[in-house]
Design a protein around this ligand. Structure first.
Ligand code: SF4
Ligand code: SF4
Length: 312
């Protein structure tokens, strides 16, 4: 980020010689794991799209020494709760959602006048890490199994550096292939927190806007993803001069298929059959909405919103 690179990954696919690579922490993670370092893994939902059996991959990682494996999608409920709180307390403020690390970096590096519009809430990943550290008292190091190369910078600049390794799906796949690892032969393993399923908001509705909007009935939302997002943000900055024209929340993503097709997956955009499967497995219902409201009331009692604030 110091040199203005936001880790969007465009140059990787643009180079005809495939000569451009990226930095992640997969090698260090595997090395530390083999040395016996206590590490738990936070897993992005994209993992289901990029491995034929994500359960067998988790089994392999467990066998390799990972202490506990957590489903980030479940803890996204905390981020949604925090978004709803901010949108209720600061109506008509015009926020840009901040879970896309490349977009947040772009705003911070290249459009600093928009920094104040970045939603001051940690990403679902960072909410997961903070919750595990502060409320579950986990002490081991944390790694993220990630589709994203931009998350590495986020881990170092937002959320207090709670996560030590950005392990990209692409590099992990490469390692497994080089080591001839047969995942079919591994025992399947579910998340350590599998009882919570995929949570009641993002994992249920499939999107941030869809999860937040039932709680902000008069809100105006927009979503943009893919290469056009940067031009959109530049135009958006021009419109901030005209008060009253901004949506309450703009969801802006670097990737066309956020985040399943992230630049750290190595294989380009995913077809994501697994993701579709588990979205469809959960019926959308009024009952879920009641459960979400009950969960938000529990968060009000048990969580300190200040723990999940992001400063940009
Ligand atoms: S990752 Fe994106 S911002 Fe960084 S050098 Fe490549 S194209 Fe430019
Ligand atoms: S949309 Fe792409 S760049 Fe943004 S957080 Fe997701 S994977 Fe990373």
């Amino acid at each position: 980020m110091q040199n203005g690179c936001i880790c969007c990954g465009r140059c990787q696919s643009a180079c005809p010689r495939r000569a451009i690579s990226y930095q992640d922490d997969t090698a260090l993670f595997l090395e530390d794991l083999s040395r016996g370092t206590a590490i738990s893994l936070l897993v992005a939902p994209a993992v289901h799209s990029h491995f034929i059996s994500s359960a067998k991959l988790l089994g392999y990682l467990k066998q390799a020494g990972v202490r506990s494996i957590y489903n980030v999608l479940m803890y996204a409920d905390i981020a949604i709760w925090a978004y709803v709180e901010v949108l209720r307390q600061r109506p008509n403020s015009g926020f840009i959602a901040s879970p896309c690390a490349a977009v947040s970096s772009f705003v911070q590096c290249h459009l600093p006048r928009l920094r104040q519009r970045l939603m001051p809430v940690l990403s679902p990943l960072q909410c997961t890490a903070i919750f595990l550290r502060k409320y579950k008292k986990t002490e081991e190091k944390l790694a993220f199994l990630s589709p994203c190369i931009a998350k590495r910078a986020e881990m170092r600049t937002v959320g207090g550096s709670v996560i030590s390794y950005n392990v990209t799906i692409g590099r992990l796949k490469q390692y497994l292939s080089e080591q001839d690892v047969d995942l079919d032969g591994c025992r399947a393993f579910d998340f350590d927190d599998a009882a919570g399923g995929n949570g009641k908001t993002l994992g249920f509705y499939g999107g941030l806007r869809e999860s937040v909007s039932p709680h902000i009935p008069t809100g105006r939302f927009e979503k943009i993803s893919g290469p056009g997002v940067y031009k959109y943000l530049i135009d958006y900055m021009a419109t901030t001069r005209r008060i009253g024209t901004l949506p309450d929340l703009v969801e802006a993503y670097n990737c066309v298929n956020p985040c399943d097709g992230g630049p750290g997956t190595g294989l380009g955009p995913a077809t994501s059959p697994s993701r579709k499967r588990f979205d469809a497995a959960i019926p959308k219902s009024a009952e879920n909405h009641r459960e979400v409201l009950e969960m938000f009331r529990r968060f009000d009692r048990e969580l300190d919103p200040a723990d999940f604030v992001a400063s940009y």
